[in-house]
Design a protein around this ligand. Structure first.
Ligand code: SF4
Length: 312
């Protein structure tokens, strides 16, 4: 095992993604924030856009805890899966200044599951524990030839594989290996530091066969009402957009049709139709179009505004 660990770390030293800002800090809030953002969003978008912008607005846990939820949701706008932002905010309000240092305590906080808790403990505190995200799971399944293994089995094997001398670098190396070499299709086994011992390399793609996602097509109809440079938005009552501002739903009327666009959200493939709307409910929120970026709106609403040239 020592030799395998050594080879893996040597590979990480030269090939790993060392430029990611959350890998070059010991600020636990920064590490935690990056882990939450990375759950459903590509690394480059997090690194280049959302992570620095969010930290500029909320530079510390205290600042985040004090901020109104509306501002936090607005900073999350476009990232999707808004429960992540709500939970991040709740957690900041619970802990106020510092996150706990153990997995057990971290798991009690909103939105922190097994992966996030272990990532914070391993990457932030160098604890000798396994971290298993999608990329690492794929490497572990292939390396140990765990066909159709349950999640708990993958974690057990990852635990047995941890390098107790350098757990942080070990877990980051596995993560990068899964993302750069042991990729879902056509893994680059010839470049892999685990190749000699890997039990699954000859049929590597067997370990990544997935059930086909069942997509659901849906038509949605929204109204656009603008008065004096302000647009009418409603506080959403839908679970996925809770506490966010959305366009009012309307019944489609042909002569008021403006445009249509496609949008994807989790398993939904949406056709979004926009209609001119003259009258709105009394309780709508009028948001200045020039300040729309400050409002907690979803990427669907953003897209609607862009499709009508009402926003950048
Ligand atoms: S040898 Fe191939 S299948 Fe095995 S861990 Fe490396 S890249 Fe993945």
């Amino acid at each position: 095992m020592k030799q395998v660990h050594k080879r893996l770390l040597a590979w990480y030293e030269t090939q790993g993604r060392h430029d990611l800002p959350w890998r070059n800090t010991d600020n636990m809030y920064h590490i935690y924030l990056s882990e939450i953002m990375l759950q459903q969003t590509q690394v480059n978008r997090v690194r280049d856009e959302y992570y620095p912008q969010f930290l500029e607005k909320f530079p510390s846990l205290e600042a985040l805890a004090k901020a109104p939820q509306e501002k936090v949701l607005s900073a999350w706008s476009g990232l999707g899966y808004y429960s992540r932002a709500r939970n991040l905010h709740k957690t900041a309000q619970i802990v106020q200044t510092a996150l706990p240092k153990t997995q057990e305590e971290l798991l009690k906080l909103p939105g922190i599951g097994r992966y996030t808790a272990s990532a914070i403990c391993s990457f932030g505190h160098e604890q000798a524990i396994p971290v298993v995200d999608t990329n690492i799971a794929r490497v572990i399944k292939r390396y140990f030839a765990l066909l159709e293994a349950k999640e708990s089995r993958v974690w057990e094997n990852a635990r047995a594989f941890v390098n107790a001398q350098a757990p942080r670098a070990h877990n980051l190396a596995l993560m990068d290996l899964g993302s750069l070499v042991c990729v879902p299709k056509n893994p680059k086994c010839a470049e892999c530091p685990l190749e000699a011992e890997c039990l699954g390399k000859t049929e590597a793609e067997l370990y990544t066969q997935r059930k086909k996602t069942q997509y659901e097509a849906l038509d949605l109809f929204y109204g656009i009402c603008i008065q004096n440079g302000k647009i009418a938005l409603e506080l959403s009552t839908e679970k996925m957009y809770k506490d966010m501002l959305v366009l009012p739903r309307v019944e489609p009327i042909e002569e008021d049709f403006l445009t249509v666009f496609k949008h994807s959200y989790t398993k939904y493939r949406l056709q979004v139709y926009l209609y001119r709307l003259e009258e709105v409910r009394e309780d709508v929120r009028w948001v200045e179009l020039k300040n729309i970026k400050e409002a907690p709106i979803s990427s669907l609403t953003q897209k609607a505004l862009i499709s009508l040239d009402l926003s950048e």
